[in-house]
Write a protein that binds this ligand. Structure first.
Ligand code: C2E
Ligand code: CA
Ligand code: CA
Length: 690
């Protein structure tokens, strides 16, 4: 069997056509052919195609090779066109070839036919392929030009731009030609020739590099970019940079950064920042023997004022109180708004403890003149509680708690300020007794885990649950974690407690998985857990004996827990992460947010603190925080869980902001296992909110 060949023969003589076909057959071809002899026949045959080759007589009674050739060219086909003629002279043949015929063969010398056809088919194939490659290249170029990222090709020797896509020159306001006449150092303010060489040297070693920097526009303005650089060796060496404008990400970062350190209403430091200042002061002043005083101030009847005058006016009063307090304290002291209608002043560098009286006096006097709200004079009174370092406690948390106790006493007895007095603190002895009992509670199995679902805002499916511990005290009833976690941390009991919680959480996780409910279980870790080098090994063992995959478990950690001792915490985190355990940043927004640091942590998600979520509908500041946090997290490739979702409005707002998961009383309170299992069985729309 010969090779198939589709031949269009333009020839008036059937005999001559038969001769051509025979010649092809002799040379091992199996031609399918069509013979035409008029323009109509030709155009019909071309339309029907496809053809491998056209063999054309020169002179026909009603047609001719030049016309046939023109028709082929007009149809846009690139087909080998071979003229076969008995009569044309050399000059005519040459003219035909000039106008596009590929070869000619004399009828008397048909031996040349097959080699000519073969060569022309080969060349046509090459031409077609080249055309296809050119088109593909053009398409590719267009796609690259339309890319969201700027792409720059740079000469590693000179730093000159060799090529770039459209986005690259548009982003910085140059024309393509202008950009191609520049060097990297012309548009990157952080790069000069020596540092460029250094970058190239690093690149040669590592192959690629991701960094953040700046680009300078033609008008001199700069914007932050993330640069993804690769060293490419081809015919020569190239550096290819993919550059992304991260202005929006930076803005979101700044908003979150600011929001998480300052109270947006008064501009004063918030609780986290105040706490940090206190920690710092303890650390630096402790050795100098200088006393510190922490004042906590609560506005009397503020809730009433807020309710009768409305939120806006309430906010206005808070702003004015903030301003007045700030004005009367010394610059070195720190006025803050830890939350709600509470203000706080940290008195630093005091020489006498009577300085406290002076300060308190100034603050109370400052609040004395009535506040004018829309020309209405409003009187505000305050109750102040004071705790001293080191007299009333060595640790920041304890000072906070004791100032708080003093403040409540001040409120109760109606005096404007009260210094903490251990005799009045009923909390302490009770707490000590409780700690004694907690020790046994773990062994006596008095701890229980409640579970609160995390629900996907997109699919409404329950993705996982957070395990929240409770103490089922034989005589005192159910004790919430707030009352025993911190003391457990202070006494070291947190270690056996966490060991029990992780084991129990895994056991329950396995039960659900075996019942066909693939829930992930989140467990909260305390700061001291993160400093426990035995934790990763212990968790690994527990996973193994429970038969639980590491990625079914998530650990929730707070930034402050990590920041307490970053180096050691990170070590424990990394070991757990390498095992496949997921991490989530808890209470995001209240911490000591070091975003630069957050990027280094092996976390998969963050939980926006409920204090922002609860008020986000109706409170613009909180909504901005929530929105910025979501944007920022997504920019960093993290999932966002919102806790404190207490109603449908919050749910709807979060869904519209693109938040991933929600947790809160609106879906379910933390529930005992059996109740949660029942809850899971109910259709999402009919669940009873308890
Ligand atoms: P968290 O980790 O921020 O846990 C969420 C807390 O918010 C839970 O309080 C939960 O009941 C509450 N909550 C959930 N939804 C809503 C809502 O819609 N509105 C409001 N207002 N609150 C909501 P819970 O169970 O009292 O836990 C308090 C804290 O105790 C936890 O805060 C966590 O820091 C700590 N904790 C709880 N269980 C454990 C544990 O097993 N280990 C450790 N180390 N800490 C735990
Ligand atoms: Ca948590
Ligand atoms: Ca939380």
């Amino acid at each position: 069997m010969g090779k198939p060949l589709r031949v269009l023969i333009v020839e008036d003589s059937e005999d001559d056509a038969a001769l051509l076909v025979r010649e092809l057959r002799w040379n091992n071809y199996d031609p399918t052919f069509k013979r035409v002899e008029t323009a109509q026949g030709m155009s019909a045959a071309l339309a029907r195609g496809p053809w491998d080759v056209i063999i054309c007589d020169y002179n026909l009674p009603h047609f001719s090779a030049p016309v046939a050739l023109m028709m082929v060219q007009q149809s846009g086909l690139d087909l080998p066109f071979v003229i076969v003629s008995g009569s044309i002279g050399e000059d005519v043949a040459v003219a035909a070839m000039k106008s596009g015929a590929h070869d000619y063969v004399m009828k008397g010398n048909l031996k040349r036919l097959v080699p000519a056809v073969e060569r022309e088919i080969r060349e046509a194939t090459v031409r077609r392929e080249r055309k296809r490659a050119e088109e593909a290249l053009k398409l590719f170029r267009t796609l690259i030009d339309r890319s969201n990222d700027a792409i720059e090709v740079v000469d590693p020797e000179t730093g000159r731009f060799l090529d770039c896509n459209e986005k690259a020159w548009q982003d910085i306001g140059y024309s393509r030609e202008e950009l191609l006449s520049l060097r990297v150092s012309d548009i990157d303010p952080t790069i000069d020739p020596p540092s460029f060489s250094k970058v190239i040297e690093d690149l040669r070693k590592s192959g690629f590099l991701i960094s953040e920097g700046y680009h300078r526009r033609k008008d001199g303005s700069t914007f932050p970019v993330e640069v993804n650089i690769k060293y490419v060796r081809l015919d020569r060496d190239y550096v290819v940079a993919v550059v992304r404008d991260i202005t929006e990400r930076r803005q979101a970062e700044e908003v979150v950064q600011r929001m998480s350190h300052y109270d947006t209403l008064t501009g004063l430091p918030n609780r986290a920042t105040l706490y940090n200042h206190l920690l710092n002061a303890i650390r630096t002043d402790a050795g100098k023997g200088k006393p510190l005083a922490l004042l906590l101030m609560d506005l009397d009847r503020f809730k009433e004022i807020n309710d009768t005058l409305g939120h806006d006016r309430g906010d206005e009063i808070l702003r004015q109180v903030g301003r007045r307090v700030q004005e009367v304290v010394f610059d070195r002291d720190i006025a803050a708004r830890p939350g709600g209608d509470e203000f706080s002043v940290l008195l630093l560098n005091m020489s006498h403890s009577k300085d406290i009286d002076v300060a308190v006096d100034k603050i109370l006097k400052a609040l004395d003149p009535p506040f004018l709200i829309e020309n209405l004079p409003i009187r505000i009174e305050a109750s102040i509680g004071i705790a001293l370092y080191p007299d009333h406690g060595q640790a920041a948390e304890i000072l906070f708690r004791r100032a708080d106790i003093a403040m409540h006493i001040s409120k109760r007895v109606g005096s404007s300020y009260v210094m903490y007095d251990p005799a009045q603190d009923k909390h302490s002895p009770q707490r000590l007794a409780l700690m004694g009992e907690l020790h046994d509670a773990i062994e006596h199995e008095e701890l229980v885990l409640f579970y609160q679902p995390k629900v996907s805002l997109k699919t409404r499916q329950t993705i996982g649950v957070e395990a929240l511990v409770r103490w089922k005290h034989p005589s005192r009833g159910m004790i919430p974690p707030d009352q025993f976690i911190l003391p457990a941390e202070q006494t070291g009991l947190i270690h056996p407690m966490t060991r029990w919680i992780t084991a129990e959480g895994m056991r329950q996780c396995k039960v659900w998985h075996e019942a066909g409910t693939a829930l992930t279980v989140s467990v909260n870790l305390s700061a001291r857990n993160l400093l426990d080098p035995k934790l990763p090994g212990q968790v690994a063992e527990q996973l193994k004996s429970a038969g639980v995959a590491p990625d079914w478990m998530t650990f929730e950690i707070t930034e402050s827990a990590v920041m307490a001792d970053p180096a050691h915490a990170l070590d424990v985190l990394m070991r757990l992460h390498e095992m496949g355990i997921r991490f989530s940043i808890d209470d995001f927004g209240t911490g000591y947010s070091s975003l630069a640091y957050l990027k280094k942590l092996p976390v998969d998600s963050i939980k926006i603190d409920k204090s922002f979520v609860i008020n986000m509908v109706g409170n613009q500041n909180d909504e901005v925080i929530v929105r910025s946090t979501i944007d920022l997290a997504h920019n960093l490739g993290l999932k966002v869980v919102a806790e404190g979702v207490e109603n449908q409005d919050i749910w709807d707002r979060l869904a519209s902001l693109g938040c991933d998961e929600a947790q809160g009383y609106h879906m379910a309170r933390p529930l005992p296992t059996d109740e949660l299992t029942r809850w899971l069985g109910e259709p999402p729309m009919e669940r009873t909110v308890t």
